[in-house]
Design a protein around this ligand. Sequence first.
Ligand SMILES: C[S@@+](CC[C@H](N)C(=O)[O-])C[C@H]1O[C@@H](n2cnc3c(N)ncnc32)[C@H](O)[C@@H]1O
Length: 283
Amino acid sequence: MKNRRFLSDNNNTCLLLVLLSGLIGGEFLIIVFLRAADSPLTHSAASTSPLATTPIQLRAILHYATSPVVPQQTLDEITLSFDVLRSLCPCNFLVFGLGHDSLMWASFNPRGTTLFLEEDPRWIHSILKNAPDLHAHTVSYRTKLSESKALLKSYKSEPDCFPPDKAYLKNNDKCRLALNGLPNEVYDKEWDMIMIDAPRGWFAEAPGRMAAIYSAAVMARKRKGSGVTHVFLHDVDRRVEKAYAKEFLCRKYLVKGVGRLWHFEIPPAANVSGEGRESAGFC
Ligand SMILES: C[S@@+](CC[C@H](N)C(=O)[O-])C[C@H]1O[C@@H](n2cnc3c(N)ncnc32)[C@H](O)[C@@H]1O
């Protein structure tokens, strides 16, 4: 009798032990799973994947899904730059002008550098209020649209503007077409793609796009890395944009035009050979 009770007590203790170890084991497994899902290792693996969505892309989706204001360029124009950006990104992308398209440009270049140059500090403030992740600098222009003809005529007699091999931007006080006071980051980086959709160029007192076009041409010519610089210019239906594009970005480098947008592929000057290269000017 005593023996039977001893055996049944023993069985109960064993059952209890099995249940307890099962419970502890299960809890341990759940903790291991939760830790693994939350571990920095799994997080960084996901966020470094080239397909992982970046915070700026999420902000862009939220913005464009809820805003009635859309970018000024048409779908066909945007698609032209979008296709090139997709083939280059992550890349260094310099954009003249902040606007309703800025979040879109930055989110097309995830994990790359997208830098905006804007003339109007109040406009910078109003755009960054809703998109603080954008990287933007103020730029001062020393030109007026009304001077565009005179500057195009006279730049060749200014030795700091011309010939192109001698042209430079940083601290170039004599050549008004050179953007001379930009942050070092702009001069130190090689820009794979440049979008010129600013400054304002639709009234006489506005700065016009002359200096942006000239400076983009100088940057492209000075490129040391492999490949060309892709330069996009908007509003080419206007006289000044057309004339300066022909002078500095060159017809022979124009690869495509859609709507009011032209796309140039400019090789570094070191890759351009030919007799009398210096006197030939930018083209
Ligand atoms: C032609 S806009 C560029 C517009 C841009 N592509 C877009 O889709 O919004 C060029 C410049 O005009 C000025 N600008 C454009 N819209 C403005 C606004 N609503 N208020 C003040 N300035 C504006 C900014 O200085 C900007 O850099």
